[in-house]
Write a protein that binds this ligand. Structure first.
Ligand code: ZN
Length: 178
């Protein structure tokens, strides 16, 4: 597990770097370190939307690493992922998603959105009712409908964006949704 205090910044640990700043470098040293760290990680052209479920945080990172996308995506988290971005029960979440998408477009010129829902999602049970996902087949159909609805709305608002959809199982595997 990564220890934040041992994380290296330009050959210095974070603690050493901030120690230097405290000793007299001030803001100029901070601004010397921070941008170089960001530049060293390249850039992103994609935003990922996932659920908040604690069980799949590491699986999501592993999946994105496996796609060659480590540190190459902005990440928005809403319970229910696609359903979180479009539902009547929590109406403030949709503006949150759309404004983050606009910030990602403005700041990072993203051209792709990836939306990954997951099986056994508590948000789906809360928002749509347990019966909406009570068999694997209904679960797939319900997620597919919500994912495709969100993709259509993303394309309606930002037609230049590519949208990729997936459904993650609890073992971390992702099924592509057309
Ligand atoms: Zn969930």
């Amino acid at each position: 597990m990564k220890d934040c205090c041992s994380h290296r910044i330009n050959g210095l640990s974070r603690r050493e770097a901030f120690g230097l700043i405290a000793l007299g470098g001030g803001v100029s040293l901070l601004s010397t370190f921070a941008p170089s760290v960001a530049r060293a990680r390249g850039h992103t052209d994609m935003l990922l939307l996932t659920c908040m479920d604690y069980r799949l945080v590491d699986d999501t990172v592993t999946y994105m690493d496996g796609r060659g996308l480590r540190d190459k995506y902005d990440h928005v988290i809403l319970a229910g992922a696609s359903l979180g971005a479009l539902n009547d029960k929590f109406p403030s979440w949709a503006p949150t998603f759309w404004s983050h998408l606009e910030v990602a477009i403005t700041l990072h010129a993203i051209h792709k959105v990836m939306v990954i829902d997951h099986r056994d999602c508590g948000a789906y049970k809360v928002i749509l009712g347990p019966e909406s996902v009570d068999t694997p087949e209904k679960e797939l159909a319900t997620h597919t409908k919500e994912l495709q609805t969100l993709r259509a709305e993303i394309k309606r608002r930002h037609e230049h964006l590519e949208v990729e959809l997936g459904l993650m199982s609890l073992d971390g595997r992702v099924q592509d949704i057309a």
